[in-house]
Write a protein that binds this ligand. Structure first.
Ligand code: V0D
Length: 254
């Protein structure tokens, strides 16, 4: 309770809320180990946090919340743990989608969904379908995602467009590349303004490498299952104290 009072005095500037926040949700396994629970208990609790933080971000006026849920590297984890993780989108769909619809939140996914188990693919498709008419915040899950693979596939697609004569080499500029990446559908919100990583780790781990060129990075020791609205407000407050220059002297990229 003392904690809540301490953080509730933070006042955010309503006209400087990051449009796009991206979060590396780290520390689920450690959260469970601290409690003598199996790692999967941490993933399950982490999923509850996803719902709370999504609604909190939507309430703040965030336009896009991208969550790094499963990287292309995560297949190296024990088979049981991967199997459990693959069921989470199913649980998520069954328990959270009505709440997201109530909050006008639209689910999107970036990453190689085709490689996931069929039931997981169906849950992801259902979550997208059920929320497709929502016009509020986009809740964007990075699922079986790796940024170097994303860039590699994008380069191949563009190379084919050149060799088939659809575009000329000189048509390729930064904007064209941005539009061609998996985040292209996010339009002017494709690049995160703020990247958060929980659990005390300070690395980017193959997440949105192109898109974070001008992002602010804020780190917290809080483990993902312990992350809540107050933590989010603290992180956004830290963001608001920074002076973004985009390599120049102006404060906007408009
Ligand atoms: C575990 C903490 C939601 C970090 C969050 C398959 C890792 C809970 C989803 C989800 C995971 C993804 C797509 C979708 C609906 C829900 C999710 C995974 C892991 C990996 F359309 N949470 N979540 N997916 N965790």
């Amino acid at each position: 309770m003392a904690d809540k009072e301490a953080t509730s005095i933070i006042e955010l500037e309503p006209n400087n809320i990051p449009n796009h926040i991206a979060i590396i949700m780290d520390g689920n396994g450690r959260w469970a180990q601290h409690r003598g629970l199996p790692r999967v208990a941490g993933h399950k609790e982490g999923m509850q946090t996803v719902k709370k933080v999504a609604i909190a971000a939507s309430d703040l006026g965030v336009k896009v919340l991208t969550l790094y849920a499963f990287s292309t590297e995560n297949w190296k984890r024990p088979k049981d743990e991967v199997g459990f993780l693959m069921k989470l989108p199913v649980t998520f769909f069954n328990t959270f989608v009505p709440d997201l619809v109530k909050n006008n939140v639209k689910v999107q996914v970036i990453g190689d969904v085709d490689e996931l188990p069929k039931a997981t693919q169906k849950a992801v498709m259902d979550a997208k379908k059920r929320t497709e008419d929502c016009t509020g915040m986009v809740l964007n899950f990075a699922l079986n995602y790796g940024s170097r693979l994303e860039i590699t596939e994008t380069v191949k697609t563009i190379a084919k467009q050149v060799s088939s004569g659809i575009i000329k080499t000189d048509d390729i500029d930064e904007q064209f590349i941005s539009k061609s990446l998996l985040t292209g559908f996010l339009g002017k919100y494709a690049d995160p303004d703020l990247v958060i990583r929980t659990s005390g780790e300070e690395r980017i781990s193959n997440f949105l490498l192109w898109q974070v060129a001008y992002s602010e990075f804020v780190f917290t020791d809080t483990l993902w299952p312990d992350f809540d609205k107050n933590t989010l407000v603290e992180m956004v407050h830290e963001y608001q104290t920074r002076n973004r220059r985009f390599g120049g002297l102006n404060k906007t990229n408009k």
